[in-house]
Ligand binder design. Structure first.
Ligand SMILES: *[C@@H]1O[C@H](CO)[C@@H](O)[C@H](O)[C@H]1NC(C)=O
Ligand SMILES: *[C@@H]1O[C@H](CO)[C@@H](O)[C@H](O)[C@H]1NC(C)=O
Ligand SMILES: *[C@@H]1O[C@H](CO)[C@@H](O)[C@H](O)[C@H]1NC(C)=O
Ligand SMILES: *[C@@H]1O[C@H](CO)[C@@H](O)[C@H](O)[C@H]1NC(C)=O
Ligand SMILES: *[C@@H]1O[C@H](CO)[C@@H](O)[C@H](O)[C@H]1NC(C)=O
Ligand SMILES: *[C@@H]1O[C@H](CO)[C@@H](O)[C@H](O)[C@H]1NC(C)=O
Ligand SMILES: *[C@@H]1O[C@H](CO)[C@@H](O)[C@H](O)[C@H]1NC(C)=O
Ligand SMILES: *[C@@H]1O[C@H](CO)[C@@H](O)[C@H](O)[C@H]1NC(C)=O
Ligand SMILES: *[C@@H]1O[C@H](CO)[C@@H](O)[C@H](O)[C@H]1NC(C)=O
Ligand SMILES: *[C@@H]1O[C@H](CO)[C@@H](O)[C@H](O)[C@H]1NC(C)=O
Ligand SMILES: *[C@@H]1O[C@H](CO)[C@@H](O)[C@H](O)[C@H]1NC(C)=O
Ligand SMILES: *[C@@H]1O[C@H](CO)[C@@H](O)[C@H](O)[C@H]1NC(C)=O
Length: 855
């Protein structure tokens, strides 16, 4: 059974396919001429250049003894009999398109569509042999490598679609020679660099779609040569600079999407004199600032307008601008950093509004307000709302409601659950304390996502509808045992019950979920008893039961959860040997066993630990013992290379702002408690084995973990010298080897670790001079204390140097140290992504999920 997210992904792919291939090919089934033998041969050879996994698709009907003009996917010119069209979209072709492919002998081809096949390989330059091509579609073909510049020789080309491939590098400037081109689609094709200026020569262009690539640089200042442009969509790139006013002057322009780029500055729309045709204007998630231009109100045809994350710098937004836009169906004005207080009744003139996001704007909502519009999507998060907005009751077409992060108190009204098609409800971060209505009022509704976290809910725990896929009630005051009713929720993907007062044992039912439960978070309750082995679902990706009172062994059935990425059982009473079997989980990234009664060796000669994806390994404060071999850390590849860990599933698949909570972890380092979330969490790599009884040498293979940021081996019984290989950990920011029995000198090479802001060597048997190097010298003397043989700054014991100089240095360095630590902290905390945006699923970066109203 596919997981929830995979299912969503499939639905999305379908939508994508339908939207990108909105062309219906009319295939001539008969023609006056029989096809030419050499063309038939070429086609048959072409068919045989590929292998077919499942079935042969359209080419199945291709037989040598029939007229090729009658074959599926082929059409011939009725006059000449030449094959002019080859449409093998989605025909199970597997294998590369070779540069000597017999395809290139079909010289008269005008239309070539090989979309949705697996042509894993490069696009050969010989594509330009097909010199009469008008339409070329290689959408979703697994192509990689550079786009060949020979494309520029296809001078008849009108339509080019190379979307959804993994190309490398830039779009070749030779596209500027395609002067008949009308439609250019390069969505999600991994292209980078600047877009060639020569595109401006293509005055026939009506459609440019470059969404979700890595294009950068400024747009050309004069774009008026693209005088027939209807559709210009470049969202999800890194374009920067200001938006050229000439873009808005293109009279034909209907759809302009510049969202999710790095455009800056105030927006200049220029003088819109003639009536604008613009219907869609997406400018959200850029760095625009300054006032919202009044001239927007002249764009009278606008249907969709997104200005979210426009930074007005606590300025005012004149809402009357939008009141002229009578056709608006979508209006997104979230996170504009405005001090304006808006009376929602203003918008009651917008009769067609179906999608409204005003998150972050202070709203005044009159209790008698009645918005006539058929709203389907409503986001009013952080709007300083103090009372449940009553107008919502009549919004019977509402699908999505986010009123999180307001100041609403009391009970959730009963009518909310009676809205017939509402499936996403987010009322988190308010002060709700209960639910009005009968016990099963929520259960009878068909909600799919329900977030009631961070309120003051207590008993009774609500009865939940079986349709739920996402449920979070974290940070409330629910007491008592976890309701066994939860076992009935067979569609659950995510269940978050953390930070409540749940007690009793874990229900023995998760296995029977028959669901794809992939996230289970029971953190910080008072759950006790043994973890029931049978309550593990094999689809788990994230399991967090930290800060409870669970005892017994770690359930071995976890071994069947091959998707597991995150396992945190910290601060319980688990009493078990080191779970060597976890090495069989190929996707494990985070393992936290901290503060339990785990014991015994963490090395077994029969079962070497290789954690290819592990990034956080925290087994501190247990009773582990034994010696580690010097190659202990070999094979922990995620910590030894900066290969990004690709997340298996987009996070925000479930909706705008749906959380990353299961990808956050609370860490205690350098005495700081911090919670890492988002992308910082992704790059954070640490090992903490402190507070055990591990003995022997520190394994020299530690030096392989070049990406390590925090290493804590303190409070063990390590002996021998500090391995000089530690100096290879050039990203290390914190190193704690204190309270061991280490001897010998501190390797001078450690002085070169420029990011190392904090270190502690105290309580060992080290000797000799403390190495030179700014970072080491900036430490407090206590970092080196209680080592009978150590000398030199910052200790008072000199190795024979000038003491006065040293004291002066100490003062300087102490100040520097403070700065260092602060910058380290802000660097660590600064990783928290501020963006709560939304995007397109097929965006290569997995952090941007989706569900957009553009669906
Ligand atoms: C098709 O049949 C012709 C005549 O029988 C033969 O010459 C030719 O080689 C065949 N082509 C293929 C690709 O089998
Ligand atoms: C695509 O082709 C490549 C190489 O030919 C192969 O490894 C891969 O499994 C194929 N993918 C699919 C989905 O068939
Ligand atoms: C095309 O080239 C490949 C090697 O790149 C070769 O194996 C194959 O025989 C060639 N095919 C034809 C039809 O020439
Ligand atoms: C080829 O492109 C033209 C121009 O965009 C379009 O009108 C036509 O339908 C396309 N033909 C095919 C077979 O896709
Ligand atoms: C186009 O074709 C000509 C001659 O066939 C060749 O010299 C030229 O390099 C080609 N242009 C591109 C951009 O490939
Ligand atoms: C995408 O392009 C970059 C260069 O910009 C390249 O390093 C990377 O390998 C490409 N990704 C894929 C999946 O081909
Ligand atoms: C684009 O047009 C300019 C001037 O009209 C010309 O100099 C340039 O060569 C053209 N570029 C291409 C790629 O056709
Ligand atoms: C912009 O380019 C067009 C032709 O491409 C030219 O007619 C016009 O004068 C240019 N405008 C400016 C302001 O340079
Ligand atoms: C669980 O909590 C409930 C309500 O606070 C309490 O009555 C009950 O005794 C607790 N049970 C256990 C096993 O601690
Ligand atoms: C789970 O699946 C099994 C076998 O597919 C079935 O017998 C059982 O009734 C299902 N349980 C639930 C709660 O749907
Ligand atoms: C893993 O799953 C298999 C098949 O369902 C089962 O037989 C086995 O007992 C499970 N392993 C563990 C350790 O639970
Ligand atoms: C609900 O809203 C809060 C606050 O805006 C957000 O952090 C959370 O991710 C949302 N929950 C879901 C499931 O989208």
């Amino acid at each position: 059974m596919p997981s929830f997210s995979e299912r969503t992904m499939m639905i999305w792919s379908l939508c994508l396919i339908i939207s990108l291939s909105n062309r219906i090919l009319v295939i001539a089934s008969s023609s006056r001429h029989l096809c030419r033998p050499y063309q038939k041969d070429a086609l048959l050879e072409f068919k045989n250049e590929f292998h077919y996994n499942v079935m042969a698709g359209k080419t199945e009907s291709w037989r040598n003894n029939t007229d090729c003009c009658s074959w599926k996917g082929i059409s011939c010119d009725p006059k000449t009999g030449n094959v002019v069209e080859l449409d093998l979209q989605d025909s199970f072709l597997n294998g590369p398109l070779r540069s000597n492919s017999s395809l290139f002998r079909l010289q008269h081809l005008q239309t070539l569509d090989l979309g949705l096949n697996n042509l894993t390989g490069i696009l050969p330059a010989s594509i330009s042999n097909l010199k009469y091509l008008r339409n070329l579609t290689l959408y979703n073909c697994n192509l990689f490598g550079k786009i060949p510049s020979s494309l520029g020789n296809l001078s008849y080309l009108t339509d080019l679609d190379l979307s959804v491939n993994d190309f490398n590098g830039e779009l070749p400037g030779s596209v500027g020679y395609l002067n008949r081109l009308t439609e250019l689609r390069l969505v999600s094709a991994n292209l980078s660099g600047k877009i060639p200026l020569a595109l401006l020569n293509l005055s026939e262009l009506t459609w440019i779609d470059l969404r979700s690539n890595k294009f950068e640089g400024m747009l050309p200042s004069n774009m008026s040569s693209l005088s027939k442009l209807i559709y210009f969509e470049i969202s999800g790139n890194s374009f920067s600079g200001s938006v050229p006013p000439s873009l808005f002057m293109i009279p034909t322009l209907v759809d302009l999407d510049l969202g999710r780029n790095d455009f800056t500055g105030p927006l200049e729309i220029g003088d819109i004199s003639s009536p604008s045709k613009l219907r869609v204007l997406y400018l959200g998630e850029n760095n625009f600032n300054g006032p919202v231009p009044r001239s927007l109100s002249k764009l009278a045809s606008l249907v969709s307008l997104d200005l979210s994350f426009w930074n007005t710098r606590r300025g005012n937004v004149d809402f009357t601008i939008f009141l002229h836009l009578k056709s608006l169906k979508l209006l997104h004005l979230s996170n504009m950093n405005t001090k304006t207080m808006v009376d929602l009744s203003l918008l009651s003139h917008l009769m067609s509004l179906g999608d409204l996001d005003l998150s972050g704007i202070n709203l005044k909502i009159n209790p008698t307000l009645n918005l006539p519009s058929p709203i389907k999507f409503l986001a009013l998060s952080s709007c300083s709302i103090a009372e449940f907005p009553k107008f919502i009751q009549s919004q019977t077409r509402l699908i999505y409601l986010d009123i999180s992060a307001n100041q609403i108190e009391g009970q959730v009204p009963e009518w909310l659950w009676k809205l017939p098609v509402l499936w996403y409800v987010n009322i988190s971060q308010n002060s709700f304390n209960g639910f009005k209505g009968s016990e099963d009022v929520i259960q009878k509704s068909a909600k799919v996502m329900l977030d009631i976290s961070s309120n003051t809910f207590q008993n009774p725990f609500p009865l939940l509808p079986v349709s739920l896929m996402y449920f979070s009630c974290s940070d409330n005051r629910f007491p008592g045992e976890i309701s066994r009713e939860i076992c009935k929720l067979v569609y659950l993907d995510t269940l978050v019950l953390s930070n409540n007062n749940f007690n009793g044992s874990i229900p023995r039912c998760f296995e029977y979920f028959n669901t794809t439960l992939s996230v289970l978070n029971l953190r910080n309750n008072s759950i006790s008893g043994v973890f029931p082995a049978e309550s593990i679902c094999v689809y788990l990706r994230s399991l967090d039961v930290g800060h409870n009172k669970i005892s017994g062994e770690l359930p071995k059935s976890l071994i069947n959860c091959t998707r597991l990425e995150f396992l945190n059982v910290e601060d319980n009473m688990f009493n078990d040997k080191f779970p060597f079997w976890l090495r069989l989980l190929p996707n494990l990234q985070i393992l936290v066993l901290r503060s339990n009664h785990f014991h015994g060796k963490i090395f077994s000669s029969g079962a070497s630990l290789i954690f290819p994806k592990l990034r956080i390994f925290d087994i501190s404060r247990n009773l582990f013992t034994g010696v580690l071999p010097s190659d202990y850390f070999a094979g922990w590849s995620a910590m030894s290379s900066d290969v990004g860990i690709v997340d298996s599933t987009p996070d925000r698949i479930l909706g705008r702002g749906s959380g990353f909570y299961h990808r956050s972890v609370a860490l205690t380092n350098k005495g700081l408690n911090m919670e890492l979330v988002g992308s910082g969490f992704k790059i954070y790599k640490s090992i903490d084995v402190s507070g055990n009884r591990i003995e022997g040498d520190i394994p020299t293979s530690i030096g392989l973990l070049k990406e390590l940021i925090v290493l804590n081996m303190s409070n063990n019984v390590f002996t021998g010298g500090i391995p000089p290989s530690l100096a290879s950990l050039t990203n290390l920011q914190s190193l704690d080897l204190s309270q061991n029995r280490l001897s010998g000198e501190i390797p001078p090479e450690l002085g070169k670790l420029t990011f190392l802001a904090r270190m502690n060597f105290s309580y060992n048997m080290l000797e000799g001079p403390i190495p030179q190097g700014t970072q080491i010298q900036s430490q407090n003397s206590s970092s080196f204390g209680e080592n009978p043989g150590l000398c030199g700054f910052p200790l008072e014991e000199t190795c024979g140097g000038n003491e006065e100089e040293a004291t002066k240095k100490e003062e300087d360095e102490e100040k520097e140290e403070k700065d260092q630590v602060i910058s380290w902290i802000s660097a660590a905390i600064g990783y928290v992504p501020g963006e709560e945006g939304y995007g397109y699923l097929y965006e290569p970066g997995a952090w941007d999920g989706m569900v957009t109203s553009k669906l």
